[in-house]
Write a protein that binds this ligand. Structure first.
Ligand code: TXA
Ligand code: MG
Length: 321
């Protein structure tokens, strides 16, 4: 089994040493746990793909701890990118920018662009600083499965495939970073996430939202991503009844009293706070998924603020979009 150590100066130092030697370290960020390797070492980066069973056409995010590293890795950091970095880094925002040659093709899946972000988690930042390397890290789950927001989720999915898991408790935001492509004139939202689109548009103006009908520019947009093993259906009916003989769980937004017949109910936010709901989304799904239910029904949430990221993950878990 993997070694799991509580976050501390010592465990971070050990994690940094493993990164420098080309190993894999799972670590907490403010969004989800990442599965990290030295971005500049292709042999280390390969291990990420192997551990996750991730297809090589799916590029990785590069995590940095200092603003100046963005300039070392990206060919052009234009005024829009600078404005967003200054306002929202460290934080749950990933920018896609033209890359420099130092970034290995394996990291970007051969693309001319690189996805880059500065996480707002003290453990992640210390690990990057201490290792002295940019760290490539996808979410620390098997490809296509639920993202991990606690160390035990990582342990369950990736167990002995990582050299060290640093346990920093629960991730405070709980959904992945928002990804904006700034490599061309028109900014494009590739993935709704922990930073609301509204906040981004306040700084750089209109951002184009690509729907699943468009070409998947970001493989995170593939359907059947973020999937529990239990089938998941979004409730679209006004009045809903669990079919006879079906053992169903409910992922409820505020805990509507009107819905009966469920074996178990997980409430995302009793007060209807979308931030709280996003934070509880993956933990609740992990829990429901572990109960051997026939089906999980999910109530839709309003598509504003973090609600956009929640609905994106639910639709992908449903796999119908
Ligand atoms: O919050 C997060 O972003 C977490 C934590 C660990 O930082 N990481 C994460 O990584 O969600 P991952 O690999 O699960 O998702 C990254 C997404 C992928 O869907 C990938 O396709 C997209 O970023 N991506 C990476 N590089 C890209 C590029 N050059 N162009 C377009 N999309 C890119
Ligand atoms: Mg992922």
């Amino acid at each position: 089994m993997a070694r799991v150590l509580k976050a501390s100066e010592e465990s971070i130092r050990e994690g940094a040493e493993i990164i420098r030697r080309g190993g894999l370290v799972a670590f907490p960020t403010e969004t989800v746990y990442g599965l990290g390797a030295d971005s500049l070492n292709p042999e280390a980066v390969v291990k990420i793909f192997e551990a996750k069973n991730r297809p090589y056409f799916d590029p990785l995010i590069v995590h940095i701890a200092e603003m100046e590293d963005a300039f070392k890795l990206c060919l052009r950091v234009d005024a829009r990118a600078k404005a967003l970095m200054e306002r929202f880094w460290p934080g749950p925002l990933t920018l896609v920018l033209p890359k420099r040659d130092v970034v290995p093709d394996l990291v970007t899946a051969g693309l001319e662009t690189v996805a880059i972000r500065m996480p707002a988690h003290p453990v992640a930042l210390s690990l990057i600083r201490e290792s002295g390397r940019p760290i490539s890290a996808p979410s620390a789950n098997l490809f296509g499965h639920l993202s991990p927001t606690e160390a035990k989720h990582v342990e369950r999915q990736l167990g002995d495939r990582v050299d060290l898991i640093i346990d920093g408790g629960r991730c405070p935001i709980g959904v992945e970073s928002t990804i904006v492509d700034l490599s061309e004139d028109e900014p494009i939202l590739l993935r709704p996430g922990g930073l609301p689109l509204e906040d981004i548009e306040r700084i750089i103006g209109k951002v184009k939202v690509v729907t699943s009908m468009d070409r998947p520019r970001s493989p995170g947009q593939l359907k059947h991503h973020y999937s529990p093993r239990t089938p998941l259906r979004i409730i679209r009916e006004e009045v809903f009844k669990v079919p006879e003989g079906v053992r169903a769980g409910l992922l409820s937004f505020k805990g509507s009293p009107a819905r009966g017949g469920f074996a178990v109910v997980e409430v995302l936010s009793p007060s209807g706070d979308l931030r709280e709901a996003a934070c509880n989304l993956f933990p609740s799904l992990h829990k429901l998924d572990s109960l051997g239910l026939d089906v999980i029904y999910a109530e839709p949430v309003p598509e504003e603020g973090l609600g956009r990221a929640i609905m994106d993950r639910l639709r992908k878990a449903e796999g119908l979009t």
